[in-house]
Design a protein around this ligand. Structure first.
Ligand code: MSP
Length: 736
């Protein structure tokens, strides 16, 4: 155990959206790093959590018709449970609505005030509610970050003297005392700071869902309104309050602060590299050592985000790879095992596919192809092949190879093999041991410290290929049949070399594939990998570390092949989820998805935010609702009077439906957008009597407002069958 500590954080996630794989990406990278630092013997503290205050969340709660605390309790829980299902090893999950956090934030605010860096003033500006920030662009124009219209806000605000920190921040960043990676993020931050810093509004009085500015400070400053702390000051402080800053017991804070790495999405580097260090400098507290920005996961060429409606939920991956791949191979496996397996696959894919720091596209097809190539055919196949041969030939453990095999200079080429042939060079014991050893040094010294996960995993895959080639070349299965003592010696040597290479590769892969490497570790006969990580054994990558005579554990397949159709299955799961009205109400629902898929049958409607993905196939798993819940939903008979396609939206139809006569004799009519264009033509829709949810909050898609949803019974991937009523039921009739 080294006496080094390592404190690592993820952003704390807003609870106005349920988690998608964009959030999982940051959390996964942090977990990989945390595991890596633990196996290096560093005392590691890994923090994640949820960001629960602010106007955006207050509004989401109102839209869901529940109190903000209840709302944040629910959504925060979906994050926490998901990370648990994925085997994320965070040491703490902080919530900004906790009492400890509140005390810490108030202490920080007070410190800044006492040091003379806070004053009260009035401010009018254009404000983005979604980003919780004032913007330079005019009111009514789209927010430069998220595209939503900017609103005019006039407020009496407490201000932080950010302008006083331009020079200190430039020094801090240029000197790498606050190291910002990648360089592109550092340059962006530097040019922002060099462009001049305005004082920053750090309180809000237009809403109440936040941490109150300490009462005595409000009074002393002569505030006329009630103020809550600006959500970014509140949120950033989590990195210290989680450790007890501002609480009676701040021993963790004493031990771990300043943070070694704040891992953040690239869109929030400014908050972490400008505001946060400025607050800390003003409070005379140590600044974090490093801020590392990850790029965005893109889906359909845009940042995956709830507002764009192009999200993939992690639950879909867990159900796809966990149930459809692992669960089929191991029908007796537990839910937990299936989740952890699928989580490994997602971890591997994201780190292997995306150069860290850059944006990367996600697709189900790419994920399946990569899984089959690198994990099923690559690593998994190699392990099964080699360990299978050892098991068959040496039930009581692989014997010690004869002495010379360890000599690095020994020429391994045998009689009948022609030296000088490049294929042979790649197939030699010496080549393999050297390759694997050199690589593990290189990985430890260069690739890991600079977060080059993609190169690291590509290089591991290459070594796996070499070992595979080595096995194919020496054909141990043929050697096993030979009686000759030299062939028997060679068999031991070849199998030992391959097994030792697997040991090192497995130790290297552990941070990325914690669940499956644990299985390989026990299959190798090395016991519990977590214990090995803890005791420093996983950090012993010196060639020859595998004790001869080690008896293998029970063997079992590791990575069953994933069928091509899995992509379709997972896409359908996403659509199904988007089609459950509850996912709109509860939290995140995306405008686009809400209407591009028809309403599911009522039996599956009420799936809660935390529903396991498989419950989509198990209608009986829906939670109980009360009659009060049900009567909130207004279902009415409607007739389609106009229907056309929506330009550039393959799945959307625009319907105008009639809901019967209003008391003044006019027709009650409304526009609804529905994602049924793949199955229904506009012509066949006109005149149809359908059932519509009429009290759903309106949503905008492709510039058009949708005021309701159609009801349909739909099987995954199948044609949605529109719900209807018998002839003679008047248009407008309510269903109860
Ligand atoms: N609450 C703030 C952060 C406060 S930290 C003191 C916030 N929350 S967020 O939920 O909107 O996003 C947080 C982070 O989630 C991003 O910074 C990023 O790390 C991750 N991601 C969310 N969507 C993502 C992608 N599409 N791709 C990659 N990461 C993404 O901002």
């Amino acid at each position: 155990m080294s006496d080094k500590t390592f404190y690592l954080t993820t952003p704390i996630y807003y609870v106005n959206a349920r988690p998608h794989i964009g959030h999982a990406y940051s959390t996964i990278v942090a977990d990989v790093l945390a595991r890596r630092h633990r196996l290096l013997g560093e005392e590691t503290y890994f923090l994640t959590g949820t960001d629960e205050h602010g106007q955006k969340i207050e509004r989401s709660a109102a839209a869901a018709g529940i109190a903000p605390q209840q709302f944040t309790d629910q959504v925060s829980e979906t994050f926490r449970t998901l990370w648990q299902r994925m085997g994320i090893t965070n040491n703490q999950f902080i919530r900004t609505t906790s009492e400890q956090h509140k005390l810490g934030v108030q202490k920080l605010f007070r410190t800044l005030y006492d040091h003379g860096f806070i004053y009260l003033d009035s401010y009018t500006g254009s404000y983005c509610v979604s980003d919780e920030a004032f913007m330079d662009q005019p009111v009514g124009t789209p927010c430069p970050d998220c595209g939503r219209p900017l609103e005019e806000v006039t407020e009496e605000n407490f201000f932080f003297k950010l302008s006083a920190f331009q020079e200190p921040l430039i020094d801090l960043i240029e000197s790498d005392k606050l190291k910002i990676t990648p360089d592109s993020a550092k340059n962006e931050v530097l040019s922002f700071v060099r462009g001049g810093l305005k004082d920053l509004s750090i309180s809000r009085s237009s809403f109440t869902w936040g941490i109150p500015v300490p009462e005595d400070i409000q009074q002393a400053a002569g505030a006329k309104q009630k103020h809550v702390v600006y959500v970014w000051l509140d949120a950033l402080a989590n990195y210290m309050t989680a450790l007890g800053y501002g609480s009676a017991d701040d021993s963790l804070w004493q031990k771990f602060w300043p943070a070694d790495v704040h891992l953040v999405g690239k869109e929030i580097t400014r908050f972490h590299c400008v505001y946060w260090p400025a607050f800390l400098l003003a409070a005379k507290l140590p600044t974090p050592k490093q801020v590392t920005a990850n790029g965005w996961l893109l889906f359909d060429n845009a940042k995956m985000s709830k507002s764009k409606g192009n999200i993939v939920r992690t639950e879909t991956i867990l159900a796809g790879f966990g149930d459809e791949v692992y669960g089929r191979q191991f029908p007796d496996s537990t839910r937990e095992e299936r989740d952890l397996f699928a989580s490994d696959v997602l971890r591997y894919f994201l780190l292997r596919e995306i150069p860290f720091g850059q944006d990367g596209s996600f697709s189900f097809d790419a994920m399946i192809t990569r899984y089959n190539a690198d994990l099923a055919n690559g690593y998994g196949n190699l392990v099964s092949r080699v360990l299978g041969l050892i098991q068959q030939n040496y039930v009581s453990g692989l014997p010690k190879p004869t002495a010379p095999w360890l000599c690095p200079d020994r020429n391994v080429y045998r009689e009948g093999e022609e030296p000088g042939n490049p294929l042979e060079a790649k197939s030699g014991t010496h080549f393999i041991s050297q390759q694997v050893s050199d690589f593990s040094d290189f990985a430890s010294q260069a690739l890991w410290p600079s977060n080059k996960f993609q190169i690291f995993l590509a290089e591991v895959a290459l070594r796996i290929g070499h070992v595979d080639g080595y096995i194919s070349f020496h054909k141990p299965w043929a050697l096993a049949k030979s009686e000759s003592p030299s062939d028997q010696q060679k068999l031991i040597e070849v199998l030992y070399t391959a097994a030792e290479a697997i040991r090192i590769i497995t130790a290297l892969l552990y941070p990325v594939l914690p669940y499956t490497t644990a299985k390989v570790w026990t299959q190798l006969g090395l016991g519990d990998i977590e214990e090995a990580a803890h005791s420093g054994k996983l950090n012993n990558l010196t060639w020859g570390g595998l004790e001869p005579g080690t008896k293998l554990g029970a063997l079992a397949p590791l990575f069953p092949r994933a069928p091509k159709e899995l992509a379709e299955i997972m896409s359908t799961m996403e659509e199904q989820n988007a089609a459950t009205p509850n996912s709109q109400l509860a939290t995140e629902q995306t405008t686009e998805q809400a209407a591009t898929t028809p309403a599911a049958a009522p039996t599956t409607d009420a799936a809660p935010a935390t529903t396991e993905p498989t419950s989509l196939q198990r209608p009986d798993a829906s939670p109980e609702i009360t009659i009060d819940d049900f009567v909130k939903v207004e279902l009415r008979v409607a007739e389609v009077v106009v229907c056309d396609r929506v330009p550039k939206a393959d799945k959307l139809l625009r319907l105008e439906v009639s809901l019967g006569q209003l008391p003044d004799g006019s027709q009650e009519q409304r526009q609804i957008l529905s994602g049924i264009a793949e199955w229904y033509t506009p012509e066949e829709m006109v005149g149809k009597r359908i059932i519509v949810i009429t009290n759903l909050a309106p949503r905008k898609m492709r510039g058009l407002e949708s005021h309701g949803m159609l009801l349909a019974a739909s099987e995954p991937g199948g044609k949605p069958m529109l719900a209807t009523v018998p002839e003679g039921v008047p248009v407008g009739t309510r269903l109860k």
